[in-house]
Design a protein around this ligand. Structure first.
Ligand code: NAD
Length: 324
């Protein structure tokens, strides 16, 4: 029996993936990151000094390299910003189809447990609120978000097929909007947008009238949920799917005001047209995660923003009063 479990993390140089790598290393894992550095950055991993860690530049659309014995495959590679859904449409669609196929084959061939990163986007513009895991969603199959939404849905379908046909233990996490340090200021998601604009003294871009809602989870809460789900015994979690996210739903225009309050900034709010198929509401039903894992988020939006702001200020080379 090996003393140190080996986890392969695809997308390990990304925002979520790099925090997952840190958490696994903290718990004594040997960890290998596979990343093509498309939206992720080597700097997200530059602080790691552990000999138990390896970072390999690899595109998951290609078959995985031989990495020796593997116990866990965390498949987190995929661009996740709506800004990229059209500009990198084919890449995203193939990362979540061919890439997921490679990741699941790799887990199967190594007799490893797989943890698949899915998304609240599989619920589309939801007609059921809050969204529970049994809801099948409302995705426009031909809309601008489809390369991401539909390929994530296919990832889940492929996971179910692998479970049925090969009896692989694949656990799927449907991640709702998550934020924190190491997101790129130009990432294009709403919290990076607002923080970057506010720190630069620019107006905050709100799409539509800003009454659309989201629920924002701080990254440490998400990682705790992913790890608990991955570590849960098979009789509790094998082949299951759970929502992970905050249930504190907030209007986007309220989020803009909260960010200005936390920063003590006075930027204007600038309204632009609502993008096509933008979900009007989003809030996870986390009953299953609570029951299975005893998991729920603990970091408030204000506390999470306080922890995130210094990272953005550093990246943008602006200063903020750390007492704020
Ligand atoms: N952060 C969120 O709010 C959120 C919400 C829902 C789902 N997710 C999922 O979590 C995962 C991580 O998202 P994130 O927010 O950290 O985004 P991110 O863009 O910061 O990280 C994605 C990582 O995957 C890498 N990658 C992309 N395509 C690849 C490929 N073909 N081969 C190898 N590496 C590739 C990127 O270089 C990057 O390092 C994604 O699967 C995403 O769909 C995230």
């Amino acid at each position: 029996m090996k003393s140190k479990p080996h986890a392969v993390v695809t997308g390990g140089a990304g925002f979520v993936g790099s925090h997952l790598v840190d958490s696994l290393l903290d718990d004594g894992f040997q960890v290998t990151s596979l990343d093509n550095f498309g939206s992720g950055r080597p700097t997200n991993l530059a602080h790691i000094e552990s000999e138990r860690f390896a970072s390999i530049e690899h595109d998951v659309r290609e078959p995985f390299p031989d990495l020796g014995d593997v116990d866990y495959v965390f498949h987190f590679a995929s661009r996740a910003s709506p800004k990229d859904f059209e500009s990198h449409a084919v890449e995203i669609a193939l990362t979540n189809s061919e890439g997921t196929h490679n990741a699941l084959r790799y887990a199967r061939d190594n007799d490893a447990r797989a943890i698949l990163a899915s998304t609240s986007e599989i619920y589309g513009d939801p007609e059921v609120h809050p969204q529970h895991e049994e809801y099948n969603g409302n995705v426009n199959v031909r809309g601008p978000r489809a390369p991401y939404d539909e390929s994530k849905r296919f990832s889940e379908a492929l996971a179910v097929a692998f479970q049925q046909q090969y009896d692989v233990d694949i656990r799927t996490v449907r991640i709702f909007n998550t934020y924190g340090p190491r997101m790129r200021p130009d990432d294009g998601r709403v919290i990076p947008n607002f923080l970057s604009q506010a720190l630069r003294g620019e107006g905050l871009t709100v799409y539509g009238d800003g009454t659309q809602t989201r629920s924002f989870c701080y990254v440490s809460d998400l990682i705790r949920g992913i790890r608990a789900f991955a570590d849960a015994p098979p009789e509790v979690a094998a082949g299951d799917v759970i929502n992970l996210g905050s249930t504190d739903e907030i209007k986007i225009r309220t989020l803009a005001k909260t960010i200005l309050d936390v920063l003590d900034a006075d930027s204007d709010i600038v309204h632009q047209n609502l993008p096509e198929d933008d979900p009007q509401v989003r809030q996870p039903d986390i009953t299953r995660a609570k029951q299975l894992l005893g998991w729920e988020p603990t970091v408030s939006l204000e506390a999470g923003l306080e922890r995130t702001i210094p990272h953005f200020a550093d990246e943008l080379d602006t200063t903020v009063d750390s007492s704020q």
